[in-house]
Ligand binder design. Structure first.
Ligand code: HEC
Length: 178
């Protein structure tokens, strides 16, 4: 057999394999309700980590948390973030639970182990091909840094404060089971 024939057969076999895989994948449906597979989640996590420039990871927050600043950031979090991320950060709102991929629990280690610079970069630029929008303008912005301080505070908010947020912003109430 000629070399070019062998190459052609290999290409056709790979194409046939791809088509079979695609048909099987599609017959499973495309519901956003599903959980991404472990492989998909791993690939998405790795590409997100690689897409953040190392200089951005090391940036320090120019603001320090004061009561006033945290109150303002909390109000903006209720308005802009809680619909998907929930008032308490769980991500278990009607919208958050049905996104694909789903917002992670902001109080958990996956998010809290990110550096301030990484959090700022994600909030400022958003995450492509997900529901996470870019919040900052093209240049640097102070609001995204203030969200970072609020995100650090979220795991320690007392139940009474979460209750105040739920009263002010029912759409952001977490639907987790207790
Ligand atoms: C329309 C829904 C939506 C809104 C509104 C939204 N987010 Fe997100 N966010 C997401 C989704 C979905 C992800 C997960 C993306 C992924 O899997 O890579 C995410 C991821 C994040 C992450 C990264 C977590 C991680 O480790 O992957 C942070 C931090 C974050 N959002 C903060 C915010 C803040 C702050 C706001 C408001 C200013 C906000 N988000 C508004 C949907 C949203």
């Amino acid at each position: 057999m000629k070399r070019s024939t062998i190459i052609l057969i290999v290409i056709l076999a790979v194409l046939a394999g791809l088509i079979i895989w695609l048909v099987r994948w599609m017959s499973g449906g495309f519901s956003a309700r599903d959980q991404p597979s472990a492989l998909e989640a791993f690939l998405a996590r790795t590409s997100l980590a690689l897409s953040i420039p190392s200089k951005a990871k090391e940036e320090k927050n120019p603001f320090t948390a004061s009561e006033d600043l945290l109150r303002g950031a909390r109000n903006r979090y209720e308005d802009n973030c809680a619909l998907c991320h929930a008032n308490n950060g769980s991500g278990l709102t009607d919208v958050g639970k049905n996104l694909y991929p789903k917002p992670p629990d902001i109080r958990g280690t996956q998010v809290q182990n990110l550096t301030d610079g990484e959090l700022y970069y994600i909030i400022h630029n958003g995450i492509r091909l997900t529901g996470m929008p870019a919040w900052g303008p093209a240049r640097n912005d102070s609001e995204s840094w203030k969200y970072v301080l609020f995100i650090r505070k979220l795991p320690h908010l007392p139940d009474s404060e979460i209750q105040q947020m739920n009263d002010a912003n029912p759409g952001g109430e977490s639907r987790e089971r207790h």
